[in-house]
Ligand binder design. Sequence first.
Ligand SMILES: [Zn+2]
Length: 284
Amino acid sequence: MDLERATKQAAAAAAAALRGARALVVTAGAGAGVDSGLPDFRGPQGFWRAYPMYQRLGLSFEEAADPVHFTDDPAFGWGFYGHRLRLYRETVPHAGFGLLREWIARLDLDHFVATSNVDGQFQLAGFAPDRVCEIHGSIHHLQCLRPCRDDIWENHEEIPVDETTMRARVVPRCPACGGVARPNILMFNDWTWVGDRTAAQRARLQGFLAAHETDPVVVIEMGAGTALPSIRNLGARLGYRPGCLVVRINPREPAIDRPHLALPVGALAGLRAIDAALVAGAAP
Ligand SMILES: [Zn+2]
């Protein structure tokens, strides 16, 4: 079957499931933001295209993102995260986020978001913060590097970065001890992440899922790859529930077992296809 027909068929089935659903769970990985112009750091080439300076320094994404820099050289550590902070603040979430919110309102769906992205795009798109679980934390929150205590606070800092050196001109400080503050993001090789905020989000998500245990639920998974499988695993767990249908939107790794559905396209194209099927189904 060709791609277009496969997408259209899956979109029609997804639309039918959404019409009969009581709740919608949106799960998102790095690919979800690509249509907003955000880099997904896929492979060293993808990362270096977004950040040529790190190619000159010979650093991979994992190496640039390593929390060790905050200890060894905080201005360099903040170079990468300060740049991303500005990028995420300035990015306009693509139209797919708005479509999801339209369906939630129109079909009266209870909803929750689980994302591995730290970019805050769902909140920026108007999703209520208490309906979002950020499993890897958020760049829009800070914690003490040590940490001297388990406080997590909102990141209102302006952190300009010299893009020729990828060094931050400002290093945020912990208000309690005056030491270096870092993003409240779970990084690679990270032993000092304060997970309390994410744990509270997880508890809300678990409560939501428990409340809908016997309801028809649709999971829409966008741009979640197999390299960091936590988001796909959540969908897989939910997919075993009777009455739960998982819709995977993924142009590179769309495979999923039936009865679940695969739309082998990007996030925005997939959501638009489902929206078109919803509109067509609603016509008299
Ligand atoms: Zn501190």
